[in-house]
Design a protein around this ligand. Structure first.
Ligand code: HEC
Length: 148
């Protein structure tokens, strides 16, 4: 038996079987329901989804690299470590994300436009909608876990 041929066939069969599932999360044409067709599923109160749908596409346009405003990088490689349990630069008495306490998280204050310093985020808008804000608050209220 030639090495490799059977495992490949097995893998393909497994993939095909996986695709033939219930179609949950897909539209009638088999495309993901998420706008933009992201591979990570819809926005949810989960760090990975928030990164994919908010921080990476909207925030990291400005908040990335060495010149990131207030040293806050929101690209996927840096955002969690720079947010959770870390003091705000503008208001050092407030954590950017205080696990379990959305109201006292500077991130939320900036996104809702009532932070003590500076402008509402994302700077210049358009601002995040109520559903997105509710999921961000939920993620923090649930302990701001990194997840998988
Ligand atoms: C157009 C550029 C731009 C975009 C887009 C942007 N920001 Fe900002 N951000 C800034 C600037 C400039 C500051 C500092 C001045 C201010 O606060 O008004 C800032 C400051 C902040 C701060 C305060 C950091 C600290 O430690 O004090 C937070 C939190 C923040 N932004 C979050 C976000 C989030 C979350 C998004 C995406 C939803 C976002 N920003 C999108 C430019 C931007």
């Amino acid at each position: 038996m030639p090495r490799g041929s059977l495992p490949l066939a097995t893998m393909l069969a497994t993939l095909l079987a996986a695709c033939g599932g219930s179609g949950e999360g897909l539209d009638a044409n088999g495309r993901p329901l998420t706008p933009g067709g992201g591979s990570g599923g819809p926005l949810s109160a989960d760090f990975g989804a928030i990164q994919q749908h908010v921080f990476t596409p909207i925030c990291s346009v400005c908040h990335a690299g060495g010149a990131a405003p207030q040293g806050l990088r929101l690209d996927a490689a840096n955002s969690y470590a720079m947010l959770v349990g870390v003091a705000s630069t503008e208001s050092p008495g407030v954590l950017r994300v205080a696990p379990g306490d959305p109201d006292r998280s500077y991130l939320i204050q900036k996104l809702e436009g009532h932070a003590a310093v500076g402008a509402r985020m994302p700077l210049g808008g358009p601002y995040l909608d109520a559903d997105t804000m509710a999921l961000l608050r939920q993620w923090i209220a649930n302990g701001a876990q990194r997840g998988t």
